[in-house]
Ligand binder design. Structure first.
Ligand SMILES: *[C@@H]1O[C@H](CO)[C@@H](O)[C@H](O)[C@H]1NC(C)=O
Ligand SMILES: *[C@@H]1O[C@H](CO)[C@@H](O)[C@H](O)[C@H]1NC(C)=O
Length: 479
């Protein structure tokens, strides 16, 4: 079983009240997932595994749901695809309690799931468990671990794992080197990235687009960022050089990673990883080097570099995809050029291509930079248009917009109020910093204490503070 038996004290299956907040200290960051109404229980259960859990909640506690290793493997796969990665340790503990011996494949799923959940300590735990059972992780698993270090920007651990591979005589493959490059790049370790590339070349491996992506990211993430324009010059140079990458070294997702639903973009932490399954020309995968370069230059707010990149793209007879357009808009808007930002948006909308919610939210967020009257007008206009076109706010975007809109010092606070209302309508749990900022803005506007909006915002804020275990006053409270 006992995924469920052992967590019955934590999962609200048998508990009567309709709202239950689970209190496990290690789960605090995820606590909002655990506010489960009774109506949602069945769907949560169903989500974990329909075959096993199509039973009433009462039957649950009595039954065993995973009796053997193949059933456990199914449960692990389901939890991973549901992004409930933090439960993998529980499943594993239950397996041990049951005396079920994990297979190599079980560990493969556990470590892949921990990578997807960016849980470095869990990766290490499962690796140690494997070793204690006399199993040596293979190169695929080591690649997952190095990738997880990259997601945590921890190049020291990534290098340590690479050394461990050598010691255990696990032969690295091309993907290992690229995982390592991108892990060092995430931490801005330019010298290390070049050293790995030298090793790769010495080993007869050619560079592919993901190596160039890593080099670009390394220059962007380097701290302190060179005060001169050298990062930008380097980035443009690298994009130019990448055009010569050997076609013999075409990358492809390895069969094993395809089976586990892991793309190369995800493995190497390329910024498009979350978008590659989107349709409508959102991401053209062969433009990886451009994706990383545009994003880097947008982060650096370097309009000249972004313009130069657009020229290079055009010379290569390529049109920007939606991901690139978003970076171009971000760059213009964040450097205060609302007109050009707006023009990118309008050109796209007039081109007959499918409208995309992300283009709206990028424009809205960027137009609010500096809170100029014109920018705020455009932001409000586009927010209304987006809503009337039935693009829903995603939780992360809603919170980002609320946070920025709440910084408006003058004016009617219309955008902040509207974003708040849209989030409420969609039952989006606001983030603590966003609510705090919104609350502060409302208080500054001298509205009556019993104003219905203020009352709701204030109680939401109090609830969040209790949930996150913080007393009042830690977030610039001005009550
Ligand atoms: C595992 O248990 C399930 C249900 O008890 C059973 O149907 C299945 O055949 C078992 N699989 C193995 C490999 O023993
Ligand atoms: C890297 O990971 C190790 C082990 O988890 C940790 O001790 C160390 O502080 C981390 N370093 C950084 C820079 O995050």
């Amino acid at each position: 079983m006992k995924l469920l038996r052992s967590v019955s004290g934590r999962f609200p299956f048998n508990l009567p009240s309709s709202f239950i907040i689970l209190q496990i200290s290690s789960l605090i960051p995820y606590i909002h997932f655990f506010v489960i109404s009774s109506a949602n229980r069945q769907s949560l259960l169903a989500a974990i595994g329909r075959r096993h859990f199509a039973v009433s909640a009462d039957d649950y506690a009595k039954r065993n749901y995973a009796n053997n290793v193949s059933e456990y493997n199914t449960v692990i796969g389901s939890l991973t695809s549901q992004r409930r990665n933090w439960l993998l340790r529980d499943v594993y503990d239950d397996m041990m309690l049951d005396g079920v011996k994990p297979e190599k494949d079980t560990f493969r799923s556990l470590i892949a799931g921990s990578m997807k959940g960016v849980r470095l300590q869990d990766c290490f735990f499962f690796r140690d468990q494997m070793k204690s059972m006399g199993l040596i992780p293979d190169v695929v698993l080591y690649n997952f671990m190095i990738s997880t270090c990259g997601k945590c920007k921890n190049s020291t651990e990534a290098t340590r794992i690479f050394e461990e591979m050598k010691k255990l005589e696990v032969k690295p493959n091309g993907q290992t080197f690229i995982c390592l490059i991108n892990a060092c790049a995430a931490a801005g370790r330019v010298d290390q990235v070049y050293a790995i590339i030298r090793d790769m070349t010495a080993a007869g491996l050619g560079l592919n687009k993901f190596c160039y992506a890593g080099l670009i990211a390394a220059h962007k993430n380097k701290t302190p960022l060179a005060a001169d324009t050298s990062a930008k010059v380097k980035i443009l140079e690298l994009v130019e050089q990448s055009k010569g990458w050997s076609s013999l070294e075409q990358t492809r997702d390895s069969a094993e990673n395809v089976m586990m639903g892991i793309s190369e973009e995800e493995l190497y932490n390329i910024p498009t990883a979350n978008y590659i399954h989107r349709r409508g020309g959102f991401v053209l995968r062969f433009l990886t080097v451009y994706h990383v370069a545009f994003q880097a230059c947008a982060d650096l707010k370097d309009v000249q570099a972004v313009d130069a990149l657009q020229e290079m793209l055009k010379k290569g007879n390529n049109n920007p995809d939606v991901f690139i357009l978003i970076q171009i808009m971000r760059c213009y808007l964040n450097s205060g050029d609302i007109d050009r930002g707006l023009k990118v948006f309008e050109d796209y909308m007039n081109s007959g291509s499918p409208p995309m919610g992300e283009l709206y939210t990028t424009l809205i967020e960027g137009a609010m930079v500096g809170y100029t009257p014109k920018g705020m007008e455009i932001a409000l206009d586009k927010l209304k248009e987006m809503n009337s076109r039935r693009f829903n706010l995603l939780p992360a975007t809603g919170n980002a917009l609320l946070l920025v809109a709440s910084g408006e010092k003058t004016g009617g606070y219309t955008i902040a109020n509207m974003v708040w209302d849209l989030m409420q309508a969609r039952n989006i749990v606001p983030s603590l910093p966003a609510v705090q900022a919104y609350y502060n803005g409302l208080k500054d506007r001298e509205i009556p204490e019993d104003d219905p909006r203020l009352v709701v915002v204030s109680s939401t804020l109090d609830n969040l503070r209790v949930r996150f275990g913080r007393g009042p006053g830690q977030f610039g409270d001005r009550r």
